[in-house]
Design a protein around this ligand. Structure first.
Ligand code: FAD
Length: 522
């Protein structure tokens, strides 16, 4: 058996005891019958593959009560005792779900049952799912679809846990319509940093509810979530249309997000070269006859003129197949309003599940090329509308100008009023209510880009992010800030509230060491 089930009470308790002789009578008084396991390699690893911090132990909780015993014990222990990181699917980029010398709580071990409650005669208005926080969104989708229902707001990739995305934000092409995933939660069960198990909602313990949403794992470990559901369409019409002008591309995206009654999903991406055109088509099952001229300067900079860049708008319309070709008519109507490079719009009908699970196909393609379990220096930035063109130029002159750049660059608009300002998540101040997501999703091939090369990319991302934040009022998403001063800048006016929430729900700084915001007292 890969995991040797060893009780590591001794290690943890020794740490506790060395700080206070009176603290513990016996290990089982403190942690009950829950095993702390020897750390596994995965507890010190994440998708980013750039940070590795080994914990002293791993916990696989069977219930919220198990976590409560652990956090209760550690929060009342004197300084110097281990910190605790919740780990969902471990798809963080910079060690955020890791705990050097601490304890990793693997939330995938929590009960993952998905209970769908649909009130009859109520349309889908009152339907919801109660889900374990360690469930993957793909598991939630599969279970909800059995009842013809589905959550409203998604991430592009579904093999992420409910607790993991709710601790960040959770965005995809539905966010313009329904808000991020953290705007689509009815109730949570949370174990606070002091070991209290609390059921919270916008009206019941609202301060904790809003603190943990987008709270980067700082205030509690989410153990269960109640997610509102809507009727799931059997199929979607999925459209891609191509552009050679950033201005026209973003204008059409903004037109699309102004039509939520017709359109269900809006994203977009840069088409930098033949490779990005090919790789973006992995999951899109239409024949695309777009063969643009990218120009002869392969470097995008150093070799004379600039290379030509194209853009692709992506939108989707749910197809309930209630009326013959109603979705087709909507696609036709909407496409007629857009200013893409005619005739380059391509539409295809796919099953709803396959549409939502599309990145799984890209994962398989990357895995087959040995580019999944490699370092991923990603850069995710929310940029206010007025700064979007400037940020695109900044990326073109820096990150993308490198000859070895490979990976998708997603660009799509968010409507900031769909984000509840009570949550801990950070979005930029956008005077006209529109901010653009820029996601530079890079995989590095270790045979061509080793440690120093990855460090240079990260350094460049840091400079670009700092400049975008300073000059354009942008905010980073999913990033681990390098210092407390950076965190303070990141939260801006929300910093004092974030600090006050920490003092209230995790005063001993037990939780979330991997984010590097609040060091555990030593
Ligand atoms: P982990 O990496 O395990 O944890 C992330 C953070 O949340 C850590 O700080 C951890 O301590 C904390 N945490 C985890 N579980 C809990 C819990 N139950 N309670 C409290 N804190 C907890 N994001 C988007 O918004 N949209 C996307 O389209 C998107 N696509 C992605 C595609 C890929 C291939 C990858 C790798 C990531 C993507 N992400 C996307 C980012 C993703 O949402 C976050 O990295 C998310 O945190 C991953 O969930 P996880 O379960 O792997 O969390």
């Amino acid at each position: 058996m890969a995991l040797k089930a060893v009780y590591l009470y001794a290690a943890v308790v020794a740490l506790l005891l060395c700080s206070s002789a009176n603290f513990i009578q016996s290990p089982s008084d403190v942690l009950g019958p829950v095993a702390l396991l020897e750390p596994t390699p995965s507890a010190a690893r994440d998708f980013g593959a750039m940070v590795s911090k080994a914990p002293v132990a791993v916990m696989r909780p069977g219930s919220a009560a198990d976590i409560a015993r652990l956090l209760g014990a550690l929060s009342s222990a004197p300084p110097g005792t281990p910190a605790v990181a919740a780990r969902g699917a471990g798809h963080s980029l910079h060690g955020q779900a890791q705990a050097r010398g601490g304890i990793v709580v693997e939330t995938r071990a929590l009960p993952r049952a998905v209970e769908v409650v649909a009130r009859r005669g109520d349309g889908d208005g009152g339907a919801y799912a109660d889900v374990g926080a360690g469930a993957l969104w793909v598991e939630v989708l599969e279970e909800c679809l059995r009842a013809g229902l589905a959550p409203r707001s998604w991430t592009d990739y579904l093999h992420l846990t409910v607790g993991g995305t709710l601790s960040n934000g959770g965005i995809s092409g539905q966010a313009f319509k329904h808000g991020p995933q953290i705007s689509n939660v009815l109730e949570l069960e949370v174990v606070t940093g002091t070991g209290e198990v609390v059921t919270c909602s916008p009206t019941r313990s609202p301060e904790l509810f809003f603190a943990v949403l987008g709270g980067l794992g700082q205030f509690g470990i989410i153990t269960r979530a109640r997610i509102p559901l809507q009727a799931a369409p059997p199929k979607v019409r999925w459209v891609r249309a191509f552009y050679d002008s950033f201005e026209t591309f973003t204008r059409d995206q903004e037109l699309l997000v102004s039509m939520p009654e017709l359109v269900d999903y809006v994203e977009g991406f840069m088409v930098l070269n033949e490779h990005s055109l090919r790789s973006s088509s992995v999951a899109f099952p239409a024949e695309v006859n777009f063969a643009p001229d990218f120009g002869s300067d392969g470097g995008g900079g150093g070799g004379g003129g600039k290379k030509k860049v194209y853009y692709c708008v992506e939108f989707a319309v749910h197809d309930f197949q209630r009326q013959d070709s109603a979705a087709d008519h909507v696609v036709e109507l909407v496409s007629g309003k857009l200013s893409f490079l005619r005739p380059h719009a391509y539409s295809v009908e796919v099953a709803y599940f396959d549409f939502l699970n599309r990145v799984r196909m890209e994962e398989e393609s990357l895995r087959s090329r040995g580019l999944w379990d490699v370092p991923h220096p990603w850069l995710n930035v929310f940029v206010p509308r007025h700064g979007a063109a400037g940020f695109k130029d900044l990326l073109m002159d820096t990150v993308i100008a490198r000859g070895d750049f490979e990976g998708p660059v997603l660009i799509y608009p968010l409507l900031t009023d769909r984000w509840d300002g009570n949550t801990s998540a950070v979005v930029p101040a956008a005077p006209d209510g529109v901010a653009y997501v820029f996601s530079v999703l890079r995989s590095t091939d270790p045979s061509r880009c080793g440690g120093a090369c990855v460090d240079a990319i990260l350094e460049e991302h840091r400079r670009v992010a700092d400049e975008a934040c300073r000059r354009l009022g942008a905010k980073q998403y999913l990033a681990r800030q390098p210092s407390r001063a950076h965190w303070r800048d990141h939260f801006g006016a929300g910093w004092d509230r974030f600090v006050a929430r920490k003092a209230r729900f995790d005063p001993m700084h037990v939780l979330g060491p991997g984010q590097g915001i609040f060091p555990r007292a030593t």
